[in-house]
Design a protein around this ligand. Structure first.
Ligand code: FAD
Length: 498
C-alpha cells in the first residue's frame, strides 16, 4: 500500500479572498497555515475605510454566486450564515441613460424582461430569449472554466476534457460580445445594458468573445446579495473562521524576497519586514508579476509577464460622505455615458479616462444604516480607467471629479458637490500600491480574446516545486467568487500531488 504523506505546513502570501479561501481549505485538511499580508487586516482589494462618520467598502460592491461562500464554510464544518449574513436582492440596480430613460433591474429573468418592456427598450420575449442563451452558455462552460484547472501545457494529458473544450470553443467565440447583443436587440440601450457585463472582469465588449454573455445569467438566473454589514464582513468572517481553525496571520508584513526549496527536503523561505518564514509549500495570492519579482525575476518566469495591452481595466474611485439623501437612487446605480464605443477606445487604446464616462454609484447606507449618519449617504463612485501608465493622476483626478459631479447633478437634477462633507479617492497607482495588483488592474489579464481563459496563470507552478497560485490573476480569474474558487483549485492541485 502506498504511504499517505501527512499534511504539511503552508505559507500564503496575501490575505485577499483567494488567499483566505486557500487558508480555510488547507486548515480543514489538517495543514498548518500562516498568512502574511502587507496591509493592516484581511481583504486585499475588498477592504474598508472610515471617513468621519461614514464607512465605505473600498473595492468590490456586488456579491454574486453566494453558494461558493456557503460551500467554503461548509467545508470547514461551519454555517456561513453564522459568520456573515447576506440578503438576496430583489431589485439589483437602477440604470439611467443620458436621454432620460430609467430602468430598474430585478433578480429574476421575468421581472427583468418586464422592466425592459415597460421602459420601451426591448420586448419581454427578446430579453427572455437572451437570458436563456446566457443560461446555456453558463451551464456549458462553468464546469470546465470555473470548477476545473486548465493549464494549456497539461491539457494533452487529459483527453477526457477535449470534447468539452471543443464544444465550448464553438460557443460564440467567433463573435464579440457586442455582436451577440446586436443579434438579440435592436435598441442601442438594451445592447449597452448587456455590453456592460464585459466590465465585470475588466474587459471590452467590442473585443471580448461572445462567450462572456454567460455573465448576466449569474445575476438574473442565480441572484445577487447584499452582505448585512457590507462587503467587508466577508473577509472578516473568513479570517475569523480561519483563526478558529488554527490559521495564523501576520499583518503589516511585507514579503521582500523569496527563496525556493533548496534540495529535496527544503522548504520555501520568505524574508519579510517582520522576519523570516519557512514552509513546505507556498501559495501566492499576489499578482504573478510581483511574485516573480520577489524571486529576482528569473528569465524562465518571463513567459508569465502580461503585456500592458492584455491587462484588464482599472478604476478611479471617489468616496463621498454626502450630507443629503437621494431617493431616486438605490444600492447600485449606473449612469451610462453617451458614447459607449468611445469609452472603451479611451480606456483600452488611448489609455485615458473617458471624457463622459459611465458612472457607477454604490450606496451601502441604503442597506446598512450605520454606514452613514441619519439624513446622509455614503457614495462609492467608480469610473472605469486604464491601468497605470504615463497619465498624471494628480491632474486627472480633479478634472474627472468635476466632470462626474456635473454629470450626476444633471442626471439627478439635484445638488451633489456642495453636500460632500468627507471625501477621498483611489486611482490605479494607489490600487497597485495597496494591493500589489500590477499597474492597478482590477482583474489581472482581461478577457478580451477567446484565448484569455487559457492564458491565465495556472494554479500550480510548472517551474517550481510546491508552489501554487490563487487570486484574480490566476485561473479562473477575478471577482470575489472566482478568486475563492481559485484558492480552492490551488489546494486541490496541491493535494493531487502531495
Ligand atoms: C474598485 C474595485 C471594485 C471591484 N468591484 C468588484 C465587484 O463589484 N464584484 C466582484 O466580485 N469583484 C470586484 N472587484 C474585484 C475583486 O475585488 C477582486 O477580484 C478580488 O477581491 C481579488 O482577490 P485576490 O484573492 O486576488 O486578492 P487581492 O485582493 O488582490 O489581495 C492580495 C493581497 O496581497 C497582499 N500583498 C501583495 N504583495 C504583497 C507582499 N509583497 N507582501 C505581503 N502582502 C502582499 C496585498 O496587500 C493584498 O492584501 C473589484 C475590485 C476593485 C479594486
Amino acid at each position: 500500500m502506498a504511504a499517505v504523506k501527512k499534511a504539511g505546513n503552508a505559507l500564503i502570501i496575501g490575505a485577499g479572498l483567494g488567499g483566505l479561501a486557500a487558508a480555510l481549505e488547507l486548515a480543514s485538511r489538517g495543514w498548518r497555515v500562516q498568512v502574511l499580508d502587507q496591509r493592516s487586516g484581511p481583504g486585499g482589494k475588498a477592504f474598508t475605510e472610515r471617513l468621519g462618520p461614514y464607512r465605505f467598502d473600498t473595492g468590490p460592491s456586488l456579491l454574486t454566486l453566494l453558494p461558493v461562500f456557503d460551500e467554503l464554510f461548509a467545508l470547514t464544518g461551519a454555517d456561513r450564515e453564522a459568520y456573515f449574513g447576506a440578503r438576496p436582492l430583489e431589485e439589483i440596480a437602477r440604470y439611467f441613460w443620458p436621454d432620460g430613460t430609467a430602468l430598474r433591474s430585478f433578480s429574476s429573468p421575468r421581472t427583468l424582461a418586464d422592466s425592459f418592456s415597460r421602459a420601451g427598450i426591448a420586448r419581454t420575449r427578446e430579453v427572455l430569449a437572451y437570458l436563456e442563451h446566457s443560461r446555456k452558455l453558463y451551464e456549458r462552460s462553468t464546469p470546465l472554466f470555473l470548477y476545473d484547472t486548465i493549464d494549456p501545457r497539461s491539457l494533452w494529458r487529459r483527453p477526457a476534457l477535449w470534447p468539452r473544450l471543443l464544444g465550448i470553443l464553438g460557443l460564440d467565440t467567433g463573435r464579440t460580445l457586442h455582436e451577440v447583443h446586436r443579434s438579440f436587440f435592436r435598441d442601442s440601450r438594451a445592447r449597452q445594458f448587456f455590453d456592460r457585463y464585459a466590465t465585470y472582469n475588466g474587459s471590452n465588449p467590442y473585443e471580448a468573445p461572445g462567450t462572456l454573455a454567460l455573465i448576466p445569467h449569474v445575476e438574473y438566473g442565480l441572484g445577487a446579495w447584499a452582505p448585512e454589514g457590507g462587503i467587508y464582513t466577508i473577509p472578516l468572517a473568513m479570517e475569523r473562521r480561519a483563526r478558529e481553525m488554527g490559521v495564523e496571520f501576520c499583518y503589516a508584513c511585507t514579503v521582500e524576497s523569496l527563496a525556493p526549496p533548496a534540495g529535496e527536503g527544503g522548504g520555501w523561505i520568505a524574508e519579510t519586514s517582520r522576519g523570516s518564514f519557512e514552509a513546505d509549500v507556498l501559495f501566492s495570492n499576489i499578482d504573478p508579476q510581483g511574485f516573480y519579482g520577489l524571486l529576482g525575476d528569473p528569465p524562465r518566469t518571463r513567459r508569465y509577464q502580461v503585456e500592458d495591452s492584455r491587462l484588464s481595466s482599472s478604476a478611479l474611485v471617489f468616496y463621498w460622505g454626502l450630507g443629503n439623501t437621494y431617493p431616486q437612487t438605490g444600492l447600485h446605480n449606473i449612469f451610462f455615458g453617451s458614447d459607449y464605443p468611445g469609452e472603451f477606445r479611451s480606456i483600452f487604446q488611448d489609455r485615458q479616462v473617458p471624457e463622459d464616462p459611465t458612472i457607477y454609484v454604490n450606496i451601502t447606507a441604503k442597506y446598512v444604516p450605520g454606514d452613514a449618519p441619519e439624513g446622509s449617504e455614503n457614495w462609492f463612485v467608480l469610473v472605469n480607467a486604464p491601468p497605470r501608465g504615463e497619465q498624471n493622476w494628480d491632474e486627472v483626478v480633479p478634472a474627472v471629479r468635476e466632470r462626474v459631479i456635473a454629470s450626476l447633478e444633471r442626471r439627478l437634477d439635484r445638488d451633489i458637490g456642495r453636500y460632500i462633507q468627507e471625501e477621498s479617492w483611489l486611482a490605479p497607482p494607489g490600487i497597485e500600491e495597496l494591493t500589489g495588483s500590477y499597474r492597478g488592474s482590477l482583474y489581472g489579464p482581461s478577457s478580451n480574446h477567446w484565448k484569455s481563459a487559457f492564458l491565465r496563470h495556472p494554479n500550480k507552478s510548472s517551474l517550481y516545486r510546491h508552489l501554487y497560485f490563487c487570486g484574480g490573476s490566476a485561473h479562473p480569474g477575478g471577482g470575489m467568487p472566482l478568486v475563492v474558487l481559485s484558492g480552492r483549485l490551488a489546494v486541490r492541485e496541491l493535494l493531487r500531488s502531495w
